[in-house]
Design a protein around this ligand. Structure first.
Ligand code: GTP
Ligand code: ZN
Length: 362
């Protein structure tokens, strides 16, 4: 039926459902599962799920580590919901904000054995919806009937899991001239992923030669640094310095990738900032939330460069991982151009942690 949504469209719908607190049904060779995002779990919905069976709270192994729960399923852990566990209990485990003031969360029982592939997909979906990486998951014996009866989104898990590892195709929607303070000759290009996720932008300065390495910056969105002038990071000064250098050289390309908070989204980044106020560093905060240090997908940047006709770059960065990813994605990095600006008393420790733990070059 050509009118029906395809898998990518169903996944976009599933992300929207999960953000609203609506359950999603997964079905695959491993069986079926009803999934709810822990972050927005409503008591009435949890009660309905508990009336159907015994759901687990699925956390990442990172979050489980902080909670001293054993993760038997690789990247995730299935925490058994004790009798009487309510939505507040679930959210207390999913969200680390009160870990220090209310440390008595365990001991937690986690499941081992069996297939946890649906649970892994559930957490991946929560992450891609930019929520806390935690899901309430109820295994279902007969998922086929439930989804249409309750008008829930039904996802073919066996196809969705590998699909979510691939980069969505990008459409070049439009470009137009935008004279900038840093460079009068500038164009803004809009790229729209076909999976319904956020758009990304490319600022093209001058008319860079497509046959020579272009001065390029892959800038990840930072609302606080880029727009508000936050002193907690160096993003705003880096953005401006990169554009200024491209303006001076008369050519360059700045990709503005909407991967806020190293890919965890602004709400989660603010959760990380709140944990930093409790004394954790930027990497520890991500881990306590259940994320890896860096959840960005840099294939995206390489793909946009390729689409614009660039095969080689002089990359403005201090991050060796960006260089490695570009090379791996077939974009040659002929030179690393350091970008050292914007150090303040507020971000000195943050920059030191990035150098010590994430390999940033000083
Ligand atoms: N999760 C998290 N993200 C942060 C924090 N501080 C800044 N960010 C995000 O980190 C990203 C920084 O992006 P970039 O400056 O492009 O990347 P980088 O890895 O520092 O590399 P270069 O600047 O190129 O050296 C942005 O998405 C910010 O929103 C933090 O404490 N926690
Ligand atoms: Zn920033």
């Amino acid at each position: 039926m050509p009118l029906a949504p395809d898998l990518a469209e169903l996944l976009a719908r599933a992300r929207a459902d999960l953000r609203m607190g609506v359950p999603v049904v997964l079905q695959g060779a491993a069986g079926g599962a009803l999934v709810l995002a822990a972050e927005v779990l409503e008591p009435r919905r949890l009660a309905a799920v508990q009336a159907m069976g015994a759901p687990d709270l699925v956390l990442t192994a990172r979050r489980a580590e902080t909670l001293k729960a054993r993760a038997y399923d690789g990247e995730v852990a299935r925490v058994v919901l004790p009798a009487g566990a309510d939505a507040a209990w679930v959210q207390g485990l999913a969200d680390p904000k009160d870990d220090l003031t209310m440390p008595m969360k365990g001991p937690l029982e986690t499941r081992r054995g069996g297939d946890a592939s649906l649970q892994r997909l559930a957490v991946t979906l929560c992450k891609s919806a930019r929520m806390l990486p935690a899901a309430v998951v109820l295994p279902l014996e007969y998922p086929e009937g439930l989804a249409p009866r309750e008008t829930l989104t039904l996802i073919d898990a066996d196809v969705a899991a590998p699909h979510m590892l691939t980069l969505a195709a990008l459409d070049h929607v439009v470009s137009a001239r935008v004279p900038l303070r840093a460079a009068e000759q500038a164009r803004l290009h809009i790229f729209r992923p076909e999976d319904g996720s956020e758009e990304h932008y490319a600022v093209e300065i001058g008319r860079p030669d497509r046959h020579a390495p272009v001065l390029a910056r892959l800038h990840s969105a930072c609302f606080t640094g880029d727009l508000l002038g936050s002193l907690k990071c160096d993003c705003g000064p880096q953005l401006n310095a990169a554009l200024a250098q491209m303006g001076q050289e008369g050519a360059g390309v700045l990709l503005y990738l909407n991967q806020e908070g190293r890919g965890i989204g602004l709400a989660n980044k603010m959760r990380a900032y709140a944990l930093q106020d409790q004394g954790f560093d930027t990497v520890e905060a991500n881990h306590r939330l259940g994320f890896e240090d860096d959840e960005r997908d840099f294939r995206l940047g390489a793909e946009i460069l390729r689409r614009m006709g660039f095969g080689a770059v002089r990359l403005l960065t201090n991050n060796p991982a960006k260089i490695a990813m570009m090379e791996r994605c077939g974009i040659e990095v002929t030179e690393r151009v350091p970008l050292k600006v914007g150090e303040t008393s507020h971000n000195a420790a943050y920059l030191a942690v990035k150098a010590a733990k994430s390999g940033h070059l000083l």
